[in-house]
Design a protein around this ligand. Structure first.
Ligand code: SF4
Length: 336
């Protein structure tokens, strides 16, 4: 029987995991991984920006914030036809989950209605759906759930005590409230953060501790490595040691063993060797083929070559749902 999931991690315990000798940390992460997943399987999601740029928030890492001059080309909400075409291409390339991102502080109700239409169209293709639209009210969460949205992404970004260094236009509590609304509506949460923003190890531990101590572990936990974009305040931040990134993945796997731990932003600049270490540390989800929506799918081909090199395979949708849901429910009911 799987070890019960915990929601009572102390900062000291989490920091002690970070401080383990790397082989011991990897061993513990691999044991946790195998309790819930086949370690050869990697869940594959594709992300599409359905509304880019022009965001009024001030997240210091983000090129979509209107206040930073990053040269980003903004666009309005895409049409159902455009999104359906791109979701079909993602499915043909092997994605099982399609994530739609819109750069809003919080969507208006009429925006939510439009996204609900997109969700229905993508669901009809047989893909799982995820959306990230900013802060959601309880009613908006219910509308999206009613349209069939499976996951809602809303990241905590960093530890509570470092948050004020990165974002000033919304509170940490606002994020926790949106996650509450998503869970209350019956959707699964995708929630993680970004490392390499100048935080220290204790603050990385603080992010993971906060995630693991949520009332339910997020079913997906994206761990992003800061992509430094010229024009954003965090451009020029000292690079995070890659081994520290691997440690972060391993600790996330140990704290949230039944969740998908996703290598997200920053993966395109990682070597195959670093990604291999991340998979060995318990990462089992990626964003895939980020350029597949343009031409040639070079990213997809590179990812498939990496999978072949490492003996990994994409996780089928049905099995993924069965594994995650069964183990989370079992673990949570035991813990309760
Ligand atoms: S709310 Fe989202 S889109 Fe807006 S600046 Fe922050 S990260 Fe970027």
């Amino acid at each position: 029987m799987a070890t019960p999931l915990r929601h009572d991690w102390s900062r000291t315990e989490v920091q002690a995991l970070f401080d383990l000798p790397l082989p011991e940390l990897l061993f513990r992460a691999q044991c946790a991984h195998r309790e819930h997943f086949d370690p050869a399987e990697v869940q594959v999601s594709t992300l599409l920006s359905i509304k880019t740029g022009g965001c009024p928030e001030d997240c210091a890492y983000c090129p979509q914030a209107a206040r930073y001059d990053t040269g980003l080309k903004a666009h309005k909400l895409l049409s159902v036809e455009e999104v359906t075409a791109r979701a079909s291409a993602a499915k043909a390339a092997g994605a099982t989950r399609f994530c739609m991102g819109a750069a809003w502080r919080a969507p208006k109700d009429r925006d939510v209605e439009k996204v609900a239409e997109l969700v229905r169209a993508v669901n009809a293709l047989g893909l799982e759906t995820c959306a990230t639209l900013g802060m959601l009210s309880p009613e908006q969460a219910v509308t999206l759930k009613g349209a069939g949205l499976a996951y809602y992404n809303h990241n905590l970004d960093t530890a509570p005590e470092f948050y004020g260094e990165v974002i000033h236009t919304r509170e940490y509590q606002d994020r926790l409230d949106t996650l509450d609304n998503v869970r209350a509506a019956g959707m699964k949460t995708c929630c993680g953060g970004i490392v390499g923003m100048g935080e220290d190890r204790g603050q990385r531990a603080g992010l993971l501790q906060t995630l693991a101590n949520l009332p339910e572990h997020p079913q997906s936990v994206p761990i992003n490595r800061l992509v430094q974009v010229q024009g954003t305040p965090l451009h020029g931040t000292a690079e995070l040691d890659p081994i520290e990134f691997v440690r972060t993945i391993a600790v996330a796997r140990i704290l949230m063993p039944a969740s998908m731990v996703r290598l997200s932003a920053g993966r395109e600049s990682m070597s195959d060797e670093l990604q291999a270490l991340c998979f060995a540390a318990g990462a089992n989800s990626i964003f895939y083929g980020e350029k597949l929506l343009t031409t040639g799918n070079p990213d997809t081909e590179k990812d498939l070559a990496l999978f072949a090199r490492l003996g990994l395979r994409p996780m089928p949708l049905v099995e993924e749902s069965k594994t995650v849901h069964a183990s989370i429910e079992a673990g949570d009911s035991v813990a309760a």
